[in-house]
Structures are given as C-alpha cells and as structure tokens.
Design a protein around this ligand. Sequence first.
Ligand SMILES: Cc1cc2nc3c(=O)[nH]c(=O)nc-3n(C[C@H](O)[C@H](O)[C@H](O)COP(=O)(O)OP(=O)(O)OC[C@H]3O[C@@H](n4cnc5c(N)ncnc54)[C@H](O)[C@@H]3O)c2cc1C
Length: 326
Amino acid sequence: MTLSYDPPSVLDASVNPSKESLKSSPLYLPGTECLLRSQAPLDRLTSYRVGGPAEWYVAPRRIEELQASFEWANFEELPITLLGAGSNLLVSDNGLPGLVICTRHLRQTHFDLETGLVSAGAGEPIARLAWQAAERGWQGLEWAVGIPGTVGGAVVMNAGAHTSCTADILANTQVFSPDGKIEILTPEKLKFAYRTSILQGGNRLVTQATFQLQPGADPAFVMAATSKHLEQRRTSQPYNLPSCGSVFRNPNPHKAAWLIEQTGLKGYQIGGAQVSQRHANFILNCGGAKASDIFQLIRYIQQQVEHRWSLSLEPEVKILGDFQPV
Ligand SMILES: Cc1cc2nc3c(=O)[nH]c(=O)nc-3n(C[C@H](O)[C@H](O)[C@H](O)COP(=O)(O)OP(=O)(O)OC[C@H]3O[C@@H](n4cnc5c(N)ncnc54)[C@H](O)[C@@H]3O)c2cc1C
C-alpha cells in the first residue's frame, strides 16, 4: 500500500487564501477539504497537556492535503512544525509560530498475510497497531503496546521498549518532503540509533511505515505477551498523570532515572511539575503545570545531576517554541 498523489498547486494567488483573510473567517485550503485553523490550542494535543496555541494548524487526511499544507506554508513563508500524538513534546506556553501539521488523520492499516508485512499510516497509534497484530497472532510489536505515540512518531524517534525498538522491525517508510517529493526509505537510510533517526529536526514527514512481523502464532499467546508488557509498564511507570514518558536519554552506561533518584530529586516540584516518585525520569503535570514549570524542572535536574555526577543529561523530549533561559 503506497500513498501516491498528483500534486495540485495552491501557489496561484487568486485561489490561495492569505493568512490575513483566514484569521477572520475559517477557510479550507484551496482544492481540499482541509480546514486551516488559526490560534489552535496545542495543550489538548500533547500528552503533557501544556503549551500555547499554534499560529496555524492543519490535520490533512490525504497526500493532496498534505501537499497543499506544505505549499501554503511555503507561500506564506511560515515555519513548519510536524506533530504526531504529541507524546514526546514540550510546547512553549507562548505557542508555536507558523504552521503545525498534524498526522492524526493519516490512518490506513493493511496486514499482508502472504509476506507478514503490515503497513500503517503515520497517524495510526502504535499501541493500537500492536493490539491489532496480537489479535491476529502476528509477533513483533508486543513491546510497543505502552507507547502512546503514532507510527510516524515511532519511526522518527526510533521508539522502543523492553529491549526492542522500531528499527528492529521497520521494513521501509514513506517520507514526504516539503518540495513535494515522495521517497521510500529503508532503515539503512534512516541512520537509526538509540531514540533517534535522520528524520529528527527536519521537515520531511513520515506518511506511512511498513513493518516486518511474523504471522502464524497463536493469537492468545501474542495477546498474553502484549498484555504482560503493558502490565509491567503500569507497575513501574506513572500512567495516571500527564507526562511525556522518559524526559532524558540514558547516558550510556548509566540510567537517567537512577542518576536523578540518587541525586535526591524524586518528588521535587516546581509549580505544577513534579519529578515522579515512581520513576525519576518522568516529570508529571500534577495539575495546572505550565510548560515553563516543566522546562525549569528539566534545567534544575540537569544542573543538579551535573553538579553531583559530572554528567550531562540530554533531553529526549523535544522542546518547541520559546522558553526563558534558566
Ligand atoms: C506515558 C508515556 C510513556 C512513553 N513510553 C515510551 C517508551 O517506552 N519508549 C519510547 O521510545 N518512547 C516513549 N514515550 C515517548 C513517545 O511516546 C515516543 O517518543 C513516541 O514515539 C512519540 O510519537 P508521537 O507521535 O507522539 O510524536 P510527537 O511527540 O508528536 O513528535 C515527536 C517528534 O517526532 C516528530 N514527528 C512526529 N510525527 C512525525 C511524522 N509523521 N513525520 C516526521 N516527524 C514527525 C515531531 O516533529 C517531533 O520532533 C512515552 C511517552 C509517554 C507519554
């Protein structure tokens, strides 16, 4: 299943709405059914539940709409931010300038019984895909069940858990470039490493990913393994309050959680943001936290760990927008 399109052009000024006209009356991108929203709240689109609005926001359903979104942003000379499920993002309280393109509606899934390949749109929740595979008795995605991100986000972040990761099972991914080019990239091209890929920080958008799984197992067995992974996470990680999962990358050979715990920071709080008591590499929004609280807590943890261990912790969470230096 490969998404394809015949690129429409929205660069004609007679049909291309200016951002000024869109501010007063919501409009669709020309030639599409894609609503362009101004000042769209992002707090409800991120797992931290914090952050100000996107200056502009679209959630395309088809490649044509994606193309139109990129063209409109280019025409208006707007910066672009790509958004999946927002489960690894800290967005500034002041929001984000330019156009936020969200993949949440790019969601088709296809299981090929002959080959064991499963293709999924970028916006498909990776945990949902893991359950769908388990129900069919397909092995390979059990580890992904507790990750609240999308397929696209998993590829970009090389998301992983329980000693497995996206790179282990990815067959290829379809990527859309701002100039309209569509490429199929293999794992070698993506330069996967621990929680990273070549796609991070760029404007190329993953539209679809294809994973190599192993069909033919007893569905009850795969379901049980998947449930066990979820259960393990629920007992070791805090899922009851908003977070982004692990805030810092593990500085090999150390575990960030252990370093933070040994620094005595469990439970430390700034505003509504608190270092989790259960898992010290999680910062929780305990209610009413601002993005700036979380940001200050991140910096405080970094300073304290650096002071105590002479080690610098690098955030795994993507910090977007402007923050006051601490
Ligand atoms: C409770 C909890 C537990 C977690 N546990 C884990 C875990 O066990 N393992 C793990 O690895 N992570 C974990 N995470 C972090 C997060 O879920 C993963 O990093 C996930 O892969 C992010 O996917 P997303 O769709 O939410 O991406 P987002 O957070 O929306 O975006 C992350 C980055 O990817 C980019 N991006 C997103 N989609 C695309 C796309 N289609 N094309 C191009 N760029 C894109 C964004 O611009 C951003 O730079 C956890 C998070 C939470 C809240």
